[in-house]
Design a protein around this ligand. Structure first.
Ligand code: GLC
Length: 409
């Protein structure tokens, strides 16, 4: 039988509720997000020249991890190798890697060290698809076989699982079973199976507490521990590729802070703090973690505006985190404009909309003893509406600017 994550690993992950996703690589130099090699039709020899330029002199692993910690994010998932095939760590399995760029350093080793100092866990994004590797893309020309690519992919996962301490997440991308291939993207086609059972077993053996997610937008396979959603909350499908079926697994929702994953020079559509807080509360209310992406600049910095937004979310969490961390999907019917989470037998109501001064609860299985605001510990006045319903008065001057959290006891 295929292994899964350990129960401790899974509950740590679910309790964490909030992580930082980082898309950073050669593509960051061009400032046109991580698909630029494909979208701008850059031939391999041209794109490879970026490796001679990569020198993010302002990269400071400690600063990244402090930003995540200040935001209240408990883990960081960083691109180890994206579709462009460039390894962002010192792999022994390729010369096309960051330590051969002018930068020379291994940023992932530096991140692993900073993470352990700040109590933030580390995880990796791994691309299954590779637009550069000869055994993926150029088998006819190179005489290599699909087995050579599999050896590389599985070998890299082995390196990542053994060289950077305890990991929280392995996040795979680039196998989209429902994506249509045409002559434009025919080179995305894999040469065979990725041999997931062996890949996942290796991870669960080497890193028993790490969760495995594969961004396939399809029913999770044995060995995958989560169901993932991309740019949408469960039930929504604005992205067009998210499934609306829930498979009963823990959930992780990845989202961008603006509209792109990798650094995108012209993208000014940064989400407001209110929207970020609401996404976090909504994710938690359906039993999901929010993996919120930043795309550092070619110099190696998380854009200042994004840092500011993250820190402000962190301040909201410092006031209201009791309703997020350690929580599971809410079981109370959410009042209008609200979402609910639960921690053991405690229910939390996250008031997202400022539509009136009372929150009217119904469908409570037990009588309410007390209701208090998490941030200020203020007890709320209440009035019974029916045997299972109650109205809580929310003093307007006690509202949180982003979301007011009420604990029911
Ligand atoms: C999509 C994109 C990829 C990105 C990922 C993050 O799969 O192809 O570039 O890394 O989403 O969710």
């Amino acid at each position: 039988m295929t292994r899964q994550v350990s129960p401790q690993g899974l509950s740590w992950f679910q309790d964490a509720r909030f992580g930082m996703f980082v898309h950073w690589g050669l593509y960051s130099i061009l400032g046109k997000q991580e698909w630029v090699m494909h979208t701008d039709r850059i031939p391999v020899p041209e794109y490879e020249k970026l490796a001679l330029q990569f020198n993010p002199t302002k990269f400071d692993a400690d600063a990244w991890v402090r930003t995540a910690a200040d935001a209240g994010q408990k883990y960081i998932v960083v691109t180890s190798r994206h579709h462009d095939g460039f390894s962002m760590y010192d792999t022994a399995l390729s010369e096309y890697k960051v330590t051969n760029s002018p930068f020379r350093r291994d940023p992932i080793a530096e991140l692993a060290k900073a993470c352990s100092q700040h109590g933030v866990k580390l995880g990796f994004y791994v691309s299954l698809l590779d637009w550069h590797h000869p055994a993926y893309r150029f088998r006819a020309e190179s005489g290599l076989a699909w087995a050579d690519y599999l050896g590389f992919l599985h070998g890299q996962v082995h390196e990542l699982c053994t060289q950077y301490g305890e990991l929280a997440v392995l996040w795979f991308d680039g196998d989209w079973p429902h994506a249509a291939l045409n002559e434009d993207n025919a080179y995305f086609l894999a040469g065979g199976s990725f041999e997931y059972p062996a890949l996942y077993d290796k991870i669960h053996e080497l890193q028993p507490h790490a969760v495995v997610e594969n961004n396939r937008h399809a029913e999770p396979l044995p060995g995958e521990d989560l169901q993932g959603f991309e740019q949408d909350l469960p039930g929504e499908n604005t992205a067009g590729f998210n499934t609306t079926t829930l498979y009963g697994l823990p959930i992780q929702i990845c989202m961008t802070l603006n509209d792109h994953w990798g650094w995108s020079r012209h993208d000014r559509n940064t989400k407001s703090v209110q929207r970020l807080v609401h996404l976090l509360a909504k994710s938690a209310s359906v039993g999901g973690n929010l993996l919120l992406n930043v795309g550092p600049t070619p110099e190696g910095e998380i854009p200042t505006l994004h840092q500011e937004r993250l820190r402000e979310v962190g301040r909201w969490l410092a006031r209201n985190g009791a309703g997020i961390y350690g929580s599971r999907a809410g079981t109370l019917p959410p009042p209008r404009g609200c979402v609910c989470t639960r921690r053991g037998d405690r229910h939390f109501v996250h008031v997202l909309d400022n539509i009136s001064d009372c929150v009217q609860l119904s469908g409570m299985s037990e009588p309410l003893q007390q209701a208090r605001l998490v941030a200020s510990n203020t007890l709320l006045e209440r009035e019974s509406l029916s045997p299972d319903g109650v109205s809580l008065y929310l003093p307007p001057d006690r509202r949180d600017p982003y979301a007011t959290v009420i604990e029911l006891m």
